[in-house]
Design a protein around this ligand. Sequence first.
Ligand code: SF4
Ligand code: MG
Length: 315
Amino acid sequence: KNLKKYFPIKGGVLKKTIGNVKAVDDITFNVKRNETLSLVGESGCGKSTTGRTILKLYEPTSGEIFLNGQKISDIPRGKFRRMRKDIQMIFQDPFSSLNPRMTVRSLLLEPLLTHKLASRKEANELVGEMIEKVGLSKEQLDRYPHEFSGGQRQRISIARALIVKPKVVILDEAVSALDVSIQSQILNLLIKLQEEFELTYVFISHDLNVVQHLSDRVGVMYLGQMMELGETKDIYNNPLHPYTRALLSAIPSLDPYEKKERIILHGDVPDPSNPPSGCPFRLRCPKAHDRCAEEKPRFLEKEKNHWVACHLFDE
Ligand code: SF4
Ligand code: MG
């Protein structure tokens, strides 16, 4: 709720704060139990920072975070440790998130034993079950991460995240580094495991094809702000925000006869330490008008469960 995460910029000889990178700038959204909410946008739009802030890897600058109705943003980091297992994160590059000196068995045992979730005997049994649930075998438990392919390593990361029975899993570009054929295998695995463990996913991605396949709802971010939020079918079939329209027009169509008008966005994403006045998208927006420079658009529920921040929908 009203989440902000600013990173100070230090400058001068005294290393004083001379400005802020507004990585996440006042966003509000919810994720329902057992749902997949995707956050999309170009790199630097604040989607990863949002994920890390939810996980309390970063302290929010302001705003509130709730899990099952409990405000977790106020819990000091030390006390949060017991709840830490409830929110897990899976990263893009499993090679850097898996300690290369640990066997798969130790990688999976570690979270169970550090969170004191099982005795050693029970933990060993759980590890055997979990490795098979992600499509690998018990025989592979005594191998090291480098002995596996990228897709297999991502299966190991998934097993390590899920073995502690989390409630929420944040997937940050979790399939982006994989070949397309492997991507779909991992996505299908994620969907299967979500059903089995009743997981809630926050899926962070720049790939709109993948997002469409997997999400119940989609949030479109730009310069740290939420531009549009709605059910997947509404976002894809009836995008409202000019930025969402531009992003969707850039997806290659599978149907060669379908004529799609490609909306070209000019210029780069502005510097997040010096965002434009009014609407953050106005410098690149084909529909920008006077009001866009003067006033920041409100985030309004334009249709049922379909939110948008754009003056075109608030006149
Ligand atoms: Fe474009 Fe104005 Fe809407 Fe922003 S508020 S997206 S600049 S039309
Ligand atoms: Mg990122």
